[in-house]
Design a binder for this molecule. Sequence first.
Ligand SMILES: CC(C)(COP(=O)(O)OP(=O)(O)OC[C@H]1O[C@@H](n2cnc3c(N)ncnc32)[C@H](O)[C@@H]1OP(=O)(O)O)[C@@H](O)C(=O)NCCC(=O)NCCS
Length: 167
Amino acid sequence: MELDVRLARSEDAAELAELLNQVIARGGTTALEEPFTPEALDKAYLTGTDVICCFVAVDRLSGRLEGFQTLGRYPGLPEDIGDIGTFARVDGAQRGVGSALFAATRDEARKQGLAAINATIRADNTGGLAFYRRMGFTDHAVRAAVPLKSGALVDRISKRYLLNVSD
Ligand SMILES: CC(C)(COP(=O)(O)OP(=O)(O)OC[C@H]1O[C@@H](n2cnc3c(N)ncnc32)[C@H](O)[C@@H]1OP(=O)(O)O)[C@@H](O)C(=O)NCCC(=O)NCCS
Protein backbone atom coordinates (compact mmCIF):
# COMPACT_ATOMS: atom_id res chain seq x y z
CA MET A 1 0.00 0.00 0.00
CA GLU A 2 1.42 3.38 -0.99
CA LEU A 3 0.38 6.16 1.33
CA ASP A 4 0.22 9.90 0.95
CA VAL A 5 0.12 11.96 4.12
CA ARG A 6 -1.56 15.37 4.18
CA LEU A 7 -3.28 17.68 6.66
CA ALA A 8 -6.85 16.75 7.57
CA ARG A 9 -9.72 18.92 6.33
CA SER A 10 -13.30 19.31 7.51
CA GLU A 11 -14.43 17.42 4.37
CA ASP A 12 -12.65 14.31 5.74
CA ALA A 13 -14.83 14.27 8.84
CA ALA A 14 -17.53 11.85 7.64
CA GLU A 15 -15.06 9.20 6.46
CA LEU A 16 -12.86 9.58 9.54
CA ALA A 17 -15.84 9.42 11.92
CA GLU A 18 -16.78 6.10 10.33
CA LEU A 19 -13.18 4.89 10.67
CA LEU A 20 -12.93 5.95 14.33
CA ASN A 21 -16.38 4.62 15.23
CA GLN A 22 -15.32 1.20 13.93
CA VAL A 23 -12.24 1.29 16.20
CA ILE A 24 -14.44 2.31 19.14
CA ALA A 25 -17.04 -0.40 18.36
CA ARG A 26 -14.37 -3.10 18.21
CA GLY A 27 -13.21 -2.06 21.70
CA GLY A 28 -10.11 -3.00 23.65
CA THR A 29 -7.79 -0.29 22.33
CA THR A 30 -8.80 3.38 22.45
CA ALA A 31 -10.00 4.93 25.69
CA LEU A 32 -12.81 6.56 23.67
CA GLU A 33 -16.10 4.74 24.19
CA GLU A 34 -18.77 6.89 22.54
CA PRO A 35 -19.18 7.22 18.76
CA PHE A 36 -18.52 10.59 17.09
CA THR A 37 -20.64 12.54 14.64
CA PRO A 38 -18.59 14.04 11.79
CA GLU A 39 -19.13 17.53 13.27
CA ALA A 40 -17.93 16.53 16.75
CA LEU A 41 -14.90 14.74 15.30
CA ASP A 42 -13.96 17.75 13.18
CA LYS A 43 -14.11 20.08 16.18
CA ALA A 44 -12.31 17.75 18.60
CA TYR A 45 -9.61 16.28 16.40
CA LEU A 46 -9.41 17.67 12.86
CA THR A 47 -9.66 21.45 12.62
CA GLY A 48 -10.99 22.75 15.97
CA THR A 49 -9.34 25.50 17.99
CA ASP A 50 -7.54 23.07 20.30
CA VAL A 51 -6.05 21.12 17.39
CA ILE A 52 -2.33 21.75 16.83
CA CYS A 53 -2.28 19.61 13.69
CA CYS A 54 -3.98 16.55 12.29
CA PHE A 55 -2.71 14.42 9.44
CA VAL A 56 -4.46 11.77 7.38
CA ALA A 57 -2.94 8.84 5.50
CA VAL A 58 -4.49 8.29 2.09
CA ASP A 59 -4.18 5.13 -0.02
CA ARG A 60 -2.62 6.50 -3.20
CA LEU A 61 -4.48 4.05 -5.46
CA SER A 62 -7.98 4.05 -4.01
CA GLY A 63 -8.06 7.46 -2.34
CA ARG A 64 -9.43 5.80 0.81
CA LEU A 65 -8.45 7.39 4.11
CA GLU A 66 -6.51 4.71 6.02
CA GLY A 67 -5.95 6.53 9.29
CA PHE A 68 -5.43 9.82 11.06
CA GLN A 69 -3.28 11.25 13.80
CA THR A 70 -4.29 14.26 15.81
CA LEU A 71 -2.15 16.46 18.04
CA GLY A 72 -3.96 18.83 20.33
CA ARG A 73 -3.96 20.88 23.49
CA TYR A 74 -5.22 18.94 26.45
CA PRO A 75 -6.35 20.27 29.85
CA GLY A 76 -3.58 19.87 32.41
CA LEU A 77 -0.76 19.66 29.89
CA PRO A 78 1.68 22.59 29.49
CA GLU A 79 1.16 24.78 26.38
CA ASP A 80 4.27 23.37 24.72
CA ILE A 81 3.24 19.72 25.05
CA GLY A 82 0.77 18.32 22.54
CA ASP A 83 -1.43 15.29 23.17
CA ILE A 84 -1.47 12.70 20.39
CA GLY A 85 -4.06 10.18 19.21
CA THR A 86 -3.57 7.74 16.33
CA PHE A 87 -6.18 5.64 14.56
CA ALA A 88 -5.75 3.23 11.66
CA ARG A 89 -8.58 1.33 9.97
CA VAL A 90 -9.51 -1.82 11.85
CA ASP A 91 -8.76 -3.83 8.71
CA GLY A 92 -5.53 -1.92 8.09
CA ALA A 93 -3.51 -2.19 11.29
CA GLN A 94 0.23 -2.81 11.17
CA ARG A 95 0.64 -1.70 7.59
CA GLY A 96 2.65 1.42 8.19
CA VAL A 97 -0.18 3.93 8.60
CA GLY A 98 0.74 5.00 12.13
CA SER A 99 4.43 5.38 11.41
CA ALA A 100 3.84 7.38 8.20
CA LEU A 101 1.57 9.72 10.15
CA PHE A 102 4.03 10.11 13.01
CA ALA A 103 6.82 11.30 10.71
CA ALA A 104 4.56 14.17 9.62
CA THR A 105 3.22 14.99 13.09
CA ARG A 106 6.70 15.01 14.64
CA ASP A 107 8.04 17.39 11.98
CA GLU A 108 5.08 19.73 12.33
CA ALA A 109 5.27 19.71 16.14
CA ARG A 110 8.94 20.67 15.93
CA LYS A 111 8.16 23.39 13.41
CA GLN A 112 5.55 24.81 15.77
CA GLY A 113 8.12 24.87 18.59
CA LEU A 114 6.60 22.26 20.88
CA ALA A 115 8.87 20.69 23.49
CA ALA A 116 7.26 17.25 23.66
CA ILE A 117 4.39 15.02 22.60
CA ASN A 118 2.30 13.16 25.16
CA ALA A 119 0.48 9.88 24.46
CA THR A 120 -1.90 8.44 27.02
CA ILE A 121 -2.74 4.80 26.38
CA ARG A 122 -4.84 2.17 28.11
CA ALA A 123 -2.57 -0.30 29.88
CA ASP A 124 -4.39 -3.18 28.16
CA ASN A 125 -3.78 -1.71 24.68
CA THR A 126 -0.68 -3.72 23.94
CA GLY A 127 -0.66 -2.74 20.25
CA GLY A 128 -0.91 0.97 21.05
CA LEU A 129 1.82 0.74 23.67
CA ALA A 130 4.10 -1.15 21.28
CA PHE A 131 3.42 1.37 18.52
CA TYR A 132 4.36 4.44 20.58
CA ARG A 133 7.39 2.64 22.07
CA ARG A 134 8.54 1.89 18.54
CA MET A 135 8.09 5.55 17.58
CA GLY A 136 10.50 6.46 20.40
CA PHE A 137 8.13 7.40 23.22
CA THR A 138 9.27 6.58 26.76
CA ASP A 139 7.19 6.00 29.90
CA HIS A 140 6.29 9.16 31.80
CA ALA A 141 3.49 8.42 34.31
CA VAL A 142 0.74 5.98 35.22
CA ARG A 143 -2.77 6.88 36.33
CA ALA A 144 -4.02 3.82 38.16
CA ALA A 145 -7.45 2.22 37.86
CA VAL A 146 -9.40 4.61 35.61
CA PRO A 147 -12.94 3.22 35.15
CA LEU A 148 -14.36 2.32 31.74
CA LYS A 149 -18.11 2.61 31.09
CA SER A 150 -18.45 -1.03 32.12
CA GLY A 151 -16.93 -0.28 35.51
CA ALA A 152 -13.76 -2.18 34.65
CA LEU A 153 -10.68 -0.44 36.04
CA VAL A 154 -7.81 0.04 33.61
CA ASP A 155 -4.56 1.92 34.23
CA ARG A 156 -3.61 4.73 31.82
CA ILE A 157 0.02 5.00 30.79
CA SER A 158 1.41 8.35 29.66
CA LYS A 159 4.38 8.28 27.36
CA ARG A 160 6.42 11.22 26.14
CA TYR A 161 8.40 11.97 23.03
CA LEU A 162 10.90 14.80 23.45
CA LEU A 163 11.21 17.03 20.40
CA ASN A 164 14.38 18.88 21.30
CA VAL A 165 16.45 15.71 21.05
CA SER A 166 17.56 14.99 17.48
CA ASP A 167 16.68 11.53 16.13
C1 LIG B 1 -1.84 1.77 17.24
C2 LIG B 1 -2.08 1.98 15.77
C3 LIG B 1 -2.37 3.44 15.50
C4 LIG B 1 -0.81 1.61 15.02
O1 LIG B 1 -0.96 1.93 13.66
P1 LIG B 1 -0.35 0.98 12.52
O2 LIG B 1 -0.59 1.60 11.21
O3 LIG B 1 -0.85 -0.36 12.76
O4 LIG B 1 1.21 1.10 12.90
P2 LIG B 1 2.46 0.76 11.97
O5 LIG B 1 2.13 -0.32 11.01
O6 LIG B 1 3.01 2.03 11.40
O7 LIG B 1 3.47 0.20 13.07
C5 LIG B 1 4.71 0.79 13.40
C6 LIG B 1 5.40 -0.08 14.43
O8 LIG B 1 4.65 -0.09 15.65
C7 LIG B 1 4.65 -1.41 16.21
N1 LIG B 1 3.27 -1.91 16.28
C8 LIG B 1 2.17 -1.35 15.71
N2 LIG B 1 1.07 -2.05 16.03
C9 LIG B 1 1.49 -3.08 16.81
C10 LIG B 1 0.83 -4.17 17.43
N3 LIG B 1 -0.51 -4.32 17.34
N4 LIG B 1 1.56 -5.04 18.15
C11 LIG B 1 2.90 -4.90 18.25
N5 LIG B 1 3.58 -3.89 17.67
C12 LIG B 1 2.88 -2.99 16.96
C13 LIG B 1 5.49 -2.27 15.32
O9 LIG B 1 6.81 -2.29 15.88
C14 LIG B 1 5.51 -1.52 14.02
O10 LIG B 1 6.70 -1.62 13.35
P3 LIG B 1 7.05 -2.85 12.40
O11 LIG B 1 5.83 -3.04 11.54
O12 LIG B 1 8.23 -2.40 11.68
O13 LIG B 1 7.27 -3.98 13.32
C15 LIG B 1 -3.25 1.11 15.23
O14 LIG B 1 -3.03 -0.22 15.58
C16 LIG B 1 -4.61 1.53 15.77
O15 LIG B 1 -5.29 2.36 15.17
N6 LIG B 1 -5.04 0.96 16.90
C17 LIG B 1 -6.36 1.29 17.46
C18 LIG B 1 -6.40 2.67 18.09
C19 LIG B 1 -5.32 2.85 19.14
O16 LIG B 1 -5.14 2.01 19.99
N7 LIG B 1 -4.59 3.96 19.04
C20 LIG B 1 -3.52 4.23 20.02
C21 LIG B 1 -4.03 4.97 21.20
S1 LIG B 1 -4.52 6.61 20.75
